[in-house]
Design a protein around this ligand. Sequence first.
Ligand code: 5GP
Ligand code: ZN
Length: 114
Amino acid sequence: MNKCLFCKIVKGDIPADKVFENESILAFRDINPAAPTHILIIPKIHIPTLNDLKPEHSNLVGEMIQLSSVLAKKEGIAEAGYRTGFNCNEAGGQTVYHLHLHLMGGRTFGWPPG
Ligand code: 5GP
Ligand code: ZN
């Protein structure tokens, strides 16, 4: 757990451009944005992937999704539309193994994703 990049951001050991923080959730801008707005919403506790979710995480994940909608409005991308997503494991494109919800907007996305 000590080696986890996002746990280090939660602890403040690595800087991040934070846009929201409370006792259970942190949101910060992606270092390599894939869209004009690209925010990562993470739980402060270390959950590696969606596969590790347990029933007791339901409120936490609900808060993360709710926050994506609030931040989309704040970023001015809600009306035009935006993309959210969890990548899970290798085939899903996950590279950081600490659960995170991508919030991306400011451009038009294709479907299905590559
Ligand atoms: P994944 O590919 O796991 O779904 O998404 C990981 C995301 O974390 C990527 O979009 C990547 O750009 C971002 N990322 C990786 N390292 C850092 C970092 O040190 N700081 C920030 N803010 N984002 C990072
Ligand atoms: Zn972690």
